[in-house]
Design a protein around this ligand. Structure first.
Ligand code: FAD
Length: 397
């Protein structure tokens, strides 16, 4: 039989989960940042032994998409009882409370840390290190190192992996047949998509005085904090990384039609922000996590953590958290022209286009902005219809 090179997902389908890199036993695949500011696997054909393990895990990710049967999973409002943990988290501090209970039992957590410039998955086995994982980093995280860490640890203890839906699918795809698969626990986030690193790169070039970005948001407001002269300060509201994240025009192609936005997922738990009226009034100020348990292992993790739990109804949460089940985001031609605009435009013009701050004076960018808002309205209407169909289908069961 003729040997062939593996066929991995192309740039339109690649989620950046890096399962292929994790599956490669000869180091022929590595993560490389491409010119559009997203990480993709890169193959060294000379090292490749044509075993196709990478291709197999890449293909099998599709098996972990989930479904929208609302009777299979259960949503809860949750907050950490430890106020300190809760304070430094994005919403109710559920992820930190679960991580704490896991490491206290001698097990390990693989989650996302941000070094001030880049995000990556790291391994945590001490309570003191959990703070590195706290808080949402609104950038893509490189999970390529996570696979070896999980593989090394599953032989001796439980490992909890926390990441986006596609990253969890990558991990499940890699470890489904592992002899200690039962020790692997996974939590995925409700995720609206990851923006390009170009946003951060341009912003950092424009602001060399910022030594590091220390935070992306508080409980209620999207505002970045940075370190300048050794001191943490709130950065101006219209910072490109956050404006660009909210404008959604630099995301990975696959994020515009996320294949992992389902009510029932293959992870053990899904977490997000509990927005709207369903969070208890007296708890809103401190933040409340939306926690959806999909499996027995997920319910076990919730019970083990030092948290307060309130049960929720699907009808109360889906309207204010559509992204949980609706993965479509309108894409304008700005995304297709991202690299071109990055090369051709100066930083101010780029920020205007991709932070959606163009005024009618800048006609091209302004038209894109208006067009996007109109498309978004259409998508919102479609998501409302999809959600009400889902709710009535589950009520009739
Ligand atoms: C890119 C992105 C988009 C999101 N979009 C939504 C949304 O549309 N709706 C919604 O309800 N919630 C969204 N979230 C999740 C939300 O911001 C909170 O993470 C969630 O509410 C959990 O809060 P927490 O207080 O329990 O834990 P947190 O302190 O926020 O920590 C949660 C965990 O998230 C992981 N994490 C942080 N950044 C990343 C990253 N870049 N990639 C992968 N994992 C990461 C960390 O490992 C940490 O353990 C998003 C998060 C990210 C990173």
């Amino acid at each position: 039989m003729t040997k062939r090179l593996p066929q991995l997902a192309d740039k339109h389908d690649c989620t950046g989960c890096m399962a292929c890199v994790g599956a490669c036993r000869v180091g022929a695949l590595t993560m490389q940042m491409r010119v559009d500011g997203h990480g993709y696997p890169s193959l060294d054909a000379k090292k490749c032994v044509n075993c196709l393990s990478c291709e197999n895990v890449c293909q099998s990710i599709k098996r972990f998409k989930g479904c929208n049967d609302l009777n299979l999973s259960k949503p809860y409002a949750v907050w950490a009882n430890d106020d300190q943990l809760r304070f430094y988290s994005t919403s109710g501090g559920f992820a930190a409370a679960v991580s704490k209970s896991v490491v206290e039992k001698g097990d390990g957590v693989v989650g996302v840390s941000f070094d001030g410039r880049k995000a990556s998955h790291i391994f945590v086995e001490n309570v003191d290190d959990i703070k590195q994982l706290q808080g949402s980093k609104y950038v893509w995280s490189d999970a390529s190192a996570a696979y070896q860490i999980i593989s090394d640890n599953l032989f001796k203890r439980r490992v909890l992996f926390i990441g986006t839906g596609c990253q969890v699918a990558g991990v499940l795809s890699c470890f489904t047949n592992h002899p200690n698969r039962e020790r692997l626990y996974t939590i995925d986030l409700i995720c609206g998509g990851v923006p390009s690193d170009l946003l951060m790169e341009i912003y950092r070039k424009e602001h060399p005085e910022i030594e590091a970005i220390s935070s992306f948001r508080t409980k209620r407001i999207y505002e970045m904090k940075g370190i300048i002269d050794g001191e943490e300060i709130v950065l101006p509201k219209k910072s490109l990384p956050l404006m660009g994240f909210c404008a959604e025009q630099t995301m990975r192609y696959i994020c515009y039609d996320c294949p992992f936005s389902f009510a029932h997922r293959h992870s053990d738990i899904t977490i997000g922000d509990l927005w709207g009226e369903s969070a208890p009034v007296e708890q809103r100020e401190k933040g409340v996590s939306l926690v959806i348990a999909h499996t027995k292992k997920g319910r076990q993790l919730i019970q083990e953590a030092d948290v307060t739990i309130r049960t929720l109804e699907w009808r109360d949460i889906l309207a204010s958290n559509k992204r949980l089940v609706y993965g479509h985001t309108p894409m304008t031609c700005l995304r297709k022209n991202l690299v071109y605009n990055y090369i051709r435009k100066d930083a101010t013009a780029f920020a205007r286009l991709y932070g959606f701050t163009s005024s009618p004076k800048h006609i091209g960018g302004f038209i894109m902005r208006v067009w996007y808002y109109l498309r978004r309205k259409v998508e919102e209407k479609k998501s409302r219809i999809a959600i009400s169909k889902l709710l009535s289908k589950s009520a009739n069961k």
